[in-house]
Structure formats: structure tokens, C-alpha cells
Design a protein around this ligand. Sequence first.
Ligand code: ATP
Length: 268
Amino acid sequence: PSAMREVLVEVPKVRWNDIGGLKEIKQQLKESIEWPIKYRKIYEKVGIDPPKGILLYGPPGTGKTLLAKAVATEIGANFIAIKGPEIFSKWFGESEKMVREIFRKAKQVAPSVIFFDEIDAVAPRRGIAHSIDVYDSIVNQLLAEMDGITTKGDVVTIAATNRPDILDPALLRPGRLDRIIYIPAPDYESRLEILKIKTRSVPLAKDVSLEELARITEGYSGADLELLVKEAAMNGLRKIYNEIKLDNDSDQETLKKIEALNIFITMS
Ligand code: ATP
């Protein structure tokens, strides 16, 4: 019996302007992936191929997955997200079969973007891993599949890791994940942009200063900032609940009262 999971295909809806900061990186991804696919003929004329694979690396929660989804959205591609550890199977041969299945599905639903998160979990530098055989066969299968993609730009592989230093260098050779992009933690301007995006649909109290919040959240990732806004919204809801004894949210009067109250962002 096969223990293999079904490969799920998503239609992503992340636009470039849903991503705060990372301005140069967005530009780089547009130039290197989006435009060669959108303007295929022009690029062919000047002899530039879209890359088959890109590696995004950097600290966790900084928008690597979002970037991959935005690329897919903008080129009208399907999105297949795989976490490295999901490829592992204790059954002999199942891991390679899984890799084959991922690429088979990607070609079937092309144009598509395959996003391998935590790629270091399946492709560590040879000699680092304990069960060398399993890793080697997964890496070999990955390499074979990437080398086998001939249709230009129809299947783009994007991988992400926090540990580029432990990756098998064979993965980074030309024609594979040959574009390597560092995704940094957000600076002040980026944090401000992320806070603006995450509070787009949150009613804010008048005295909330996103500038001040961005200033005092040095070291926060995009994921941390998102959580902060969610917690503040929950606090706001709790306040509303306590003040108006919310018991029936289909009641028009109650809904009006909620709209009249502001959600207040507090720091935790
Ligand atoms: P990991 O390395 O942990 O897989 P990641 O770098 O792939 O993380 P994402 O999954 O893209 O990070 O982002 C995590 C969460 O934080 C998401 O819900 C995303 O909306 C939010 N986020 C992170 N960075 C940004 C950003 N620059 N702009 C908007 N939202 C962001």
C-alpha cells in the first residue's frame, strides 16, 4: 500500500502589494521570472531564458512563501507547496516516487510554481546526514526532475531555507536553483509597510500610530507583526464584548455598535 500523499494544487491570490518591504527583491523576481514568461517572445529575441529554479534564504517568517505565491499569481500559474520533511517516507522508494509525482503534477497543471519550503530537510550536503542513502536518492531524484524540465518557464521551482550553508551544492548548479536571493528581516520602513497591509481591514483607534509601532518592533519578522495585529484585534473584540455584552451577532443593532467602536492596538 502506498503511503504517498496527494499533491495539492492551489490557485494563489497574493499580489505584489500584499507584501511589505522587499522592494528590490520583488523587482528582481519580476525581471527574472515574471517578465520572461509574460513577454516570452521579446525575451527569446534577446536570448534570455527564464530561470528554472530560485533559492530564497533568510530568517523565518520574512515572506518567502508569500513571494513565491506572488510570482505564481502574477504569471497566472498554479501553486504547489511542499514542505521538505513531507517528502520523507520510511518506505523504500516512496520518497523518490513522491518527488516524481510532484513534478508530474506540476507539468500536468502547467504553468505552475513548485514551492519547496525547508528544502534543507531533504537536500543536505552529502556527509552531513545520517541516513545518507535516503537523502542521496531524494537529491538525485530532485536533480533529475529539475534537469528534465525543458519547457521554458512552464514549471518554475522555488525553494526556501533558513540554512543555505548545509544544502547539497549540486542543487545550486546552473540550470537548477541557480538564482540565490537573500530575504532579510524587515527594517523600519518595511515593518511600517507590513503593519499598514495587515491593518488594511482593521478599524484602528485614532491614537494608534503605526509609525511608533514600527519603530518599537525592531527584530520582529513579518509573521511576528501579523500575530501582533491579530492579538490586538482579539483584544479589541474582547473589549467590545465586555462593553456591549455581545450575544447575537446577527442583530443589526449589535453590529452597528461594533462598527461604532474602534479596535485598539495594544502592545503585548
Ligand atoms: P518560513 O521560513 O517560516 O517558512 P516564510 O519566510 O516563508 O517563513 P511567510 O510564510 O511568507 O514566511 O510569512 C509568514 C507570515 O507572515 C505570513 O502569514 C505572511 O502573511 C506574514 N509576512 C511575512 N513577511 C511579510 C511581508 N514582508 N509582508 C506581508 N506579510 C508578511
